[in-house]
Write a protein that binds this ligand. Structure first.
Ligand code: HEM
Length: 153
């Protein structure tokens, strides 16, 4: 029996991801990072990925190929703020799934490590589509962390 089966299979992962995206849709930093207005296809990709990772069907690989997640995240401005927001959304999803303490700890440990590994910049503002949702920083603002906190809604 895989971890996937133990926690309730597709239904459980789907539920966690649905709650996660419900939270993402309300997050002023994360939401603008998603290229598509409709978060449905992104939810499907993340569900398939997690299912496959935890021993469920390998549909993700069949449709998307090798995950190469760090590479796929390069176009996005994943700084520690985005990471913490991502983890906060995921925390709500995992909490609402009411897993056993052991399953929850195992899943959370993975998600936390994966999120830390996905950070690809420590600059407060980046290039690429994600920058569209942010206020461009004045020259020199990057050196002033206090100013940054006033920029983020
Ligand atoms: C740390 C903060 C993170 C941010 C801000 C972030 C943001 C994004 C964005 C904007 C996309 C593009 C939407 C899409 O095409 O699906 C994406 C895709 C994806 N993310 Fe993340 N992500 C983060 C962490 C993670 C982590 C930790 C995982 C896995 C545990 C993950 C798994 C995925 C997957 C599977 C995709 C779809 C890849 C594909 O097949 O194209 N992400 N992410």
């Amino acid at each position: 029996m895989t971890f996937y089966d133990e926690v309730g299979g597709r239904e459980t992962f789907r539920a966690i991801v649905d709650v996660f995206y419900r939270e993402v849709a309300l997050d002023p930093v994360l939401k603008p990072m998603y290229p598509e207005e409709d978060l449905g296809p992104a939810a499907e990709r993340l569900t398939m990925f997690l299912e496959q990772y935890w021993g469920g069907p390998a549909t993700y690989g069949e449709r998307r190929g090798h995950p190469r997640l760090r590479m796929r995240h390069i176009p996005f401005h994943v700084d520690p703020d985005a990471r913490d927001r991502w983890l906060r959304c995921m925390r709500v999803g995992v909490d609402e799934a009411h897993l056993s303490p052991m399953h929850e700890a195992t899943l959370w440990d993975y998600l936390e490590r994966a999120a830390y590994a996905m950070v690809n910049t420590f600059e407060p503002s980046g290039i690429g589509p994600e920058a569209a949702g942010r206020t461009p920083l004045e020259a020199g603002a990057a050196k002033d962390p206090v100013q940054r906190t006033t920029e983020t809604p």
